[in-house]
Ligand binder design. Structure first.
Ligand SMILES: [Zn+2]
Length: 237
């Protein structure tokens, strides 16, 4: 075979491959656009994939409400809710994506949040801080959430922190800044007021939005991942 012929064949193969990639990509995007154009806040896909890479990629195709919530949370979140210890490196936390995982307390339900587990199972040790600026809109006991605090941001998004051991000096109606101390991580809940020790020490984080009075929770996992590089340092050991 002549050199010229070989070059021609190679060039044709390269060009075909290139065109295939471009075309596939284009068709895929068109498919995604159609698939997501009608997405509403209550859609399961949106709630589960909230703030993940795929959602970022199709951001332009989200409904106005979905995009507004996405942008509000992106803008508001400033700090990871559990600071690092300046005194003890072993006091770490860990979490996995447990969105809608089965929970069994007085019946079966899907997990509406992320559990940040403490490496040391000691209540009242790890501080909890607000991820955002906002107003303390709920404070006190909930059967499932134990000692919980709810912060409503200025966009109206509700950030829920549950199972605390004790509270900082805050009350309902107070303004808080992102990074402000809310209380200590604990294991409260699953019973009457003051019930502790029914599970391991952890912080349950929830994110809720409201659409025509309907409360809609979204998966906080990817929000927490985004805040991995935004951990405050506190003195505790
Ligand atoms: Zn939880």
């Amino acid at each position: 075979m002549k050199k010229k012929q070989l070059r021609k064949i190679l060039l044709t193969i390269l060009l075909s491959a290139f065109l295939t990639v471009i075309l596939t990509r284009h068709l895929y995007d068109m498919g995604s656009a159609q698939m997501y154009r009608k997405m509403e806040l209550k859609d399961d896909w949106y709630r589960a994939h909230f703030l993940d890479e795929e959602m970022e990629r199709i951001e332009a195709q989200l409904s106005p409400e979905c995009r507004a919530l996405y942008r509000n949370v992106m803008r508001e979140i400033q700090y990871f809710p559990v600071p690092e210890s300046t005194q003890d490196d072993s006091l770490t936390v860990s979490y996995v994506d447990s969105w809608q995982a089965e929970r069994n307390y007085k019946g079966t339900s899907g997990h509406e949040g992320t559990d940040i587990m403490a490496s040391k199972n000691e209540r009242g040790l790890y501080p909890v801080v607000s991820m955002t600026d906002g107003t303390v809109s709920n404070l006190g006991w909930l059967e499932k959430g134990g000692y919980r605090v709810g912060i409503t941001s200025d966009s109206g998004t509700y950030y829920y922190y549950a199972h605390l051991d004790s509270y900082a000096d805050i009350k309902e109606g107070d303004r808080v800044k992102a990074g402000e101390f809310l209380g200590y991580m604990g294991d409260s809940g699953y019973g009457g007021e003051g019930t502790k020790g029914k599970f391991a020490v952890h912080l349950h984080v929830g994110i809720y939005t409201y659409n025509d009075e309907t409360e809609i929770s979204v998966n906080p996992y990817y929000t927490l991942l985004k805040l991995e590089g935004r951990k405050l340092s506190y003195e505790f050991s």
